[in-house]
Ligand binder design. Structure first.
Ligand SMILES: Nc1ncnc2c1ncn2[C@@H]1O[C@H](COP(=O)(O)OP(=O)(O)OP(=O)(O)O)[C@@H](O)[C@H]1O
Ligand SMILES: Nc1ccn([C@@H]2O[C@H](COP(=O)(O)O)[C@@H](O)[C@H]2O)c(=O)n1
Length: 248
């Protein structure tokens, strides 16, 4: 991750959304670190509540059971982009939320309205208390969680590029790289389909979001592009332009 090179002139609220594997987390962390902003990974919150449910005997195929348990765990997120942290009922969840079991169940849990209400409130509270500005990444940040964000970015990439990126990260239990690109791509697109087709707050580009297709860009190029967008939005905000203008 690059070292801090500059500070934003105003406390901006930045929403970064997009499908799985488009580079939201990598980009958001780096942009926040570079510009001295806080960072919130909302996918980690949905993963943490899913992990808690799986660990506490909640049947994640039963929407009513999920709804009844939605307000039970305490979910705490750190906002330091250099040390992202997440816990559920005081237990460090950073490792367990990345397992296949959680990834396979998270879309079903996150589709339940009671879960979304609970987690959305948490996200708004965290964003409101980030005095120096924040980058919040997820699926519905620009449309639902923070519709008044100073800048909204929607990252995209072809399914092939996203599967190739994910395959580079995944390892078999023997520590060998996962080479089944087709299966990886299928899992990504299935999760996107579930996230885009749910009734409550689906994955969707906000009308006023800037779309960045990252298929042919390196991660460094995407970070540079978003840093520029944030600096422009912060400058507009400092000049007192209306929020709607700042997102263009
Ligand atoms: N432009 C890029 N070029 C090459 N690799 C990239 C690029 N952007 C991200 N990556 C890599 O792709 C992988 C997925 O990126 P990342 O986790 O940031 O995506 P994401 O959108 O947050 O995914 P998810 O929603 O599933 O959590 C990471 O290994 C990351 O380093
Ligand atoms: N704003 C959000 C963010 C995430 N989700 C759900 O969580 C899942 C995991 O997200 P990752 O970014 O960690 O891959 C995702 O598939 C969604 O089901 C969400 O609903 N809203």
């Amino acid at each position: 991750m690059p070292t801090t090179v500059s500070a934003t002139p105003a406390a901006v609220i930045v929403a970064i959304d997009g499908p799985s594997g488009t580079g939201k987390s990598s980009t958001s962390k780096a942009v926040a670190a570079q510009l001295g902003l806080s960072y919130l990974d909302t996918g980690a919150q949905y993963r943490a509540i899913t992990w808690w449910m799986l660990s506490n005997g909640v049947d994640v195929s039963d929407q009513q059971a999920i709804a009844a348990a939605a307000d039970k765990p305490s979910i705490v997120s750190g906002t330091d982009p250099r040390q992202p942290a997440i816990s559920a009922d005081g237990l460090d969840a950073a490792g367990p939320i990345r397992t296949q079991e959680v990834t396979a169940a998270v879309s079903a849990v996150s589709a339940v309205p009671e879960v979304r209400t609970r987690i959305t409130e948490l996200q708004r509270t965290i964003a409101a208390s980030a005095d120096g500005g924040i980058v919040v990444e997820g699926r519905d940040i620009g449309t639902t969680v923070l519709p008044g964000a100073d800048l909204k970015v929607f990252l995209t990439a072809s399914p092939e590029a996203r599967a190739a990126r994910r395959s580079g990260e995944l390892k078999t239990t023997e520590g060998k790289p996962v080479t089944d690109l087709a299966a990886t791509q299928q899992a990504l697109t299935a999760r996107d389909k579930a996230d885009s087709s749910r009734k409550t707050s689906p994955l969707k580009k906000a009308d006023d979001a800037v779309e960045v297709d990252t298929t042919e860009l390196t991660l460094e190029q995407v970070i540079e592009c978003v840093v520029t967008l944030v600096e422009k939005a912060a400058a507009r905000k400092a000049e007192g332009e209306p929020v709607e203008e700042a997102a263009r």
